[in-house]
Write a protein that binds this ligand. Structure first.
Ligand code: NAP
Length: 297
């Protein structure tokens, strides 16, 4: 992609969007490579009420007024029916978090999957493990789980998805199984017996909101059940930066990492799709730190 030089109008569609960290991240990305631009928040209520506002924003993109949009809850899935084309990951996951106009067409991409994969590999490598496919247990079957499961199965991992809603999990498995991903996806009940049966997993990934502020004392893994002894632990939750699950893993001597790195990686990948340039990673990490108060996560 040819690097852009003009002013970039970027933004985020979601509801609510007020507390998003994306404006900080993308302002830092723009600064880090000396590009002019802005990143606005577009609060669009859930459909059907927000449909005309959503379509108006998409038309503004088609008209060249806005160059790039992120999409978050509750529109990531609904928006795909309004686009002209989808990347393979957005199509398989059934959700788009990054929109751009490519060759005159409004295109949707999903950078959560590649963002997760990049940061998960960082965890594996920093733990001295190789990135060869193994067995991963993913907790949850919502939007973020879809991205993580897609990334893992696409790399040939055997993925066990623990979900409390069997229908949601069956849908995830059916959708992601379609593009013939090299890895296998199995669904298990999200209960003590289900989890205990898969303690041979080499990776445990939390894709539920359990442990997230303001309920930081909750934990997606039963506190009286031993963690998989040979696993690395990745928690997609990034508020707090180190969740109860991450702390539990560290206490047991297991390599573990929270979701801040994924947040930064997906932003870098979105920004690259819009600008054709890679922003400076450390600048984005610095943007998540308040000079007076320290880490803001
Ligand atoms: P979501 O679509 O609402 O999915 C959440 C999943 O967790 C659903 O399967 C849900 O099941 C399950 N769940 C919720 N509460 C549960 C409980 N008490 N027990 C068992 N299962 C439970 O949310 P999401 O967008 O996937 O986000 C999940 C988490 O990932 C959030 O904390 C979000 O902040 C984080 N995330 C991080 C990044 C990053 O860049 N680091 C990116 C995306 C998301 P039900 O449907 O039955 O409720």
């Amino acid at each position: 992609m040819t690097p852009r030089t003009g002013f970039l109008h970027l933004g985020l569609i979601g509801f609510p969007v007020e507390h998003s960290l994306s404006p900080r991240l993308h302002a830092a990305a723009l600064r880090s490579i000396g590009l002019q631009g802005d990143y606005r928040l577009y609060s669009v209520p859930p459909l059907p009420g927000g449909e005309s506002a959503l379509r108006t924003l998409l038309d503004r993109m088609r008209g060249g007024e806005i160059q790039g949009l992120n999409v978050t809850i509750p529109h990531k899935r609904a928006v795909i029916t309004m686009l002209d084309e989808l990347s393979p990951s957005a199509g398989a996951i059934g959700a788009a978090n990054t929109l751009r106009v490519r060759d005159g067409k409004l295109a949707g991409d999903n950078t959560d999957a590649a963002g997760f994969w990049a940061d998960f590999c960082f965890l594996l490598e920093s733990a001295g493990r190789n990135t060869q496919p193994g067995k991963a247990m993913v907790l949850g079957a919502g939007g973020a789980a879809r991205a993580a499961v897609y990334a893992l199965a696409n790399q040939g991992w055997q993925v066990v998805v623990a979900a409390r809603d069997p229908l949601q999990a069956a849908q995830l498995s059916a959708d992601l199984g379609v593009p013939d991903l090299p890895g296998q996806i199995t669904v298990i009940p999200y209960n003590r017996a289900g989890l205990a049966a898969h303690r041979d997993a080499s990776a445990l990934i939390n894709a539920t909101p359990l442990g997230m502020q303001p309920a930081a004392d909750t934990c997606p893994w039963p506190v009286d059940l031993a963690l998989p002894p040979g696993a690395v632990v990745y928690d997609l939750v990034y508020r707090p930066a180190a969740t109860r699950l991450v702390n539990m893993a560290w206490t047991r001597g297991l390599p573990a990492r929270g979701g801040t790195g994924m947040l930064v990686e997906q932003a870098i990948l979105s920004f690259q799709l819009w600008s054709g340039q890679r922003p400076v990673r450390s600048a984005l990490l610095d943007a998540l730190t308040d000079p007076q108060q320290g880490a803001i996560l």
